[in-house]
Design a protein around this ligand. Structure first.
Ligand code: TYD
Length: 209
């Protein structure tokens, strides 16, 4: 049986990776594809620790900063668990995997505080995405969306940090394309339905389905 395809949605907080990955999965199912939807951080054991660290509630670390290196290691460990537990078995069964974030998130976010080469090394064995949809949104606009949506913000959700992460996404995506990865940038500023239309077009152009 042919291996399934692995599609990943990436972008800064507020760009709409969760909304768009769900809409794309629904659309692919309507086209009779068997789709497994996942997200990072995962809901597994390491992923739960990541979420607590993100909200400043890691046991024993309350009120004390979690080091950028520890975040990088936790995200990489969660990813290994995600891939081995869910994504790889699904692809081997011929299903398609749609993930809300994967290794490019670590490259863009963790390289703010850690050496990018080291972060890439931690993720060296991760299966690469067949298609990455990079939802691009101005950091100010993304921050406004978050302010409207939530009362409490996670550690990486500040306007300054988001601008740096956005620039990292663009720079690192270009480098990955040079290495042969397929990455499509999608303007995430229009309403969700219009962005979804662009996403469908990008997927159709990449493979007829
Ligand atoms: P997010 O997609 O916002 O999860 P949720 O919608 O469930 O809160 O991810 C949480 C945060 O973690 C977000 O700021 C992006 C960040 N992140 C990293 O810094 N590195 C990573 O490798 C991943 C997967 C996420």
């Amino acid at each position: 049986m042919a291996e399934g395809k692995f599609i990943v949605f990436e972008g800064i907080d507020g760009a709409g990776t969760t909304t768009q990955s769900k809409l794309a999965a629904k659309w692919l199912r309507e086209r009779s594809l068997d789709v497994v939807e996942t997200a990072e951080p995962t809901d597994g054991a390491v992923g739960r620790t990541v979420r607590r660290a993100l909200s400043g509630e890691m046991p024993g670390r309350e009120g004390r900063e979690v080091e950028p290196e520890l975040f990088a290691l936790l995200f990489a460990a969660d990813r290994l668990d995600h891939m081995n537990r869910t994504v790889i078995p699904a692809l081997e069964r011929g299903q398609w995997g749609i993930s809300d974030r994967c290794y490019l998130s670590s490259f863009a976010y963790q390289s703010v505080g850690c050496d990018l080469g080291w972060v890439r090394e931690l993720n060296r064995h991760v299966r690469r995405a067949d298609l990455t949809l990079l939802l691009d949104l101005d950091a100010e606009a993304a921050y406004e969306r978050l302010v409207g949506a939530r009362e409490k913000h996670e550690v990486f959700e500040t306007a300054d940090n988001m601008a740096v992460v956005r620039a990292n996404y663009m720079r690192i995506a270009a480098a990955l394309e040079q290495e042969g990865e397929k990455i499509v940038r999608v303007d995430a500023s229009p309403p969700a339905a219009a962005v979804a239309e662009e996403v469908r077009r990008a997927i159709s152009d990449w493979t007829p389905c």
